[in-house]
Design a protein around this ligand. Structure first.
Ligand code: UTP
Length: 301
């Protein structure tokens, strides 16, 4: 087998319109909405770092300045916290500040689709494999999903996708992969189908927004025309790439929340809050009381 090339960079696309979250996303990027007290995009960056990937490439757009500011230094804030003796907050801000030169930004001038957003990162990635994390898909578990993808990648050196299992009747809502030969950290992908017709899905393993892709995807995306939703679709590009290169899938041992949808975002907030040492107990009490009073209102109606 050829030498397996190291994955050094992660692409995080943040150039979408976030229309499902209007009016909240009129002035605030959807990726800056918070799960408890951290913006959604911070979870993706932490997950990439945890997986050993140092360099983050954001594909951004107009009105997303807040994301660049979030990953920059804040000397005035630090001085003011320092005067107030708030050392814990200072440590937290310093710990999440990326190393100088380890974050790059490129622009997608118009939201032409995820495939197009990934293609916009081609010059910053160059001729090497890269990770891709969709920031509104948020991992919850003992570790982020990307760490498992990296283990599988080091084993097989191919293209790698993160997957989770859905109820069979929900398979038509997702990108689904077919399950082939098992390897240590996952399995070979036999086929990929975007939103299969009811009863036609090859399995119930759906793509959960985590990928390691070989750089040949860029030339495919550069020739690709618009697909579903009149957008340049990443899945169409991956399907083409799968004609010449292998894909493997890593089943995530945790759970991914789709924070691009309202209910997924609320579920994520409750789940992350319940898991927090500082507020978990009080949130549990509150949620329980809310549920009990909601149930009795329903019964009384
Ligand atoms: P989504 O399709 O979930 O984001 O893309 P969206 O288009 O902003 O959401 P809605 O449907 O309008 O509510 C997943 C990720 O890909 C980025 C988004 O910012 C999001 O983080 N994306 C999507 C781009 O960067 N460019 C695009 O053209 C499309």
């Amino acid at each position: 087998m050829d030498r397996i090339r190291t994955v050094r960079k992660a692409v995080i696309p943040v150039a979408g319109n976030g229309t499902r979250f209007l009016p909240a996303t009129k002035a605030v990027p959807k990726e800056m909405l918070t799960i408890v007290d951290r913006p959604v995009v911070q979870y993706a960056v932490d997950e990439a770092h945890q997986a050993g990937i140092d360099h983050i490439v954001f594909v951004t757009s107009r009105n997303k300045q807040a994301i660049e500011d979030h990953f920059d230094d804040t000397p005035e804030l630090i001085s003011s916290l320092s005067r107030a003796g708030k050392t814990a907050q200072i440590s937290e801000l310093e710990a999440m500040l990326p190393k100088a030169g380890s974050v790059s930004f490129t622009r997608q001038q118009a939201p032409l689709g995820l495939g197009h957003a990934v293609w916009c990162a081609r010059d910053l990635i160059g001729d090497e494999p890269f990770a891709l994390l969709l920031p509104d898909m948020v991992s919850f578990g003992a570790r982020g999903c990307m760490a498992g993808l990296m283990e599988l990648y080091r084993e097989v050196g191919s293209n790698v996708v993160g997957v989770e299992q859905c109820a069979p009747e929900d398979a038509s809502k997702y990108g689904i992969v077919g399950k082939g030969e098992t390897v240590q950290h996952g399995f070979a992908v036999t086929e990929m189908v975007e939103k299969p017709a009811m009863g036609r899905a090859p399995s119930n393993y759906y793509l959960n927004g985590r990928y390691i892709l070989q750089p040949e995807i860029f030339s495919i995306l550069s020739h690709q025309s618009r697909g579903a939703g009149n957008e340049i679709q990443l899945t169409d590009g991956m399907l083409k790439l799968s004609e010449t290169q292998a894909f493997h899938a890593h089943p995530y041992e945790g759970r991914t929340f789709d924070c691009g949808s309202k209910h997924g975002f609320i579920e994520a907030n409750v789940t992350f809050a319940l898991a927090r040492a500082d507020i978990g107990d009080i949130v549990f009490q509150s949620v329980r009381e809310i549920m009990l009073s909601h149930e009795s209102r329903i019964r009384a109606a």
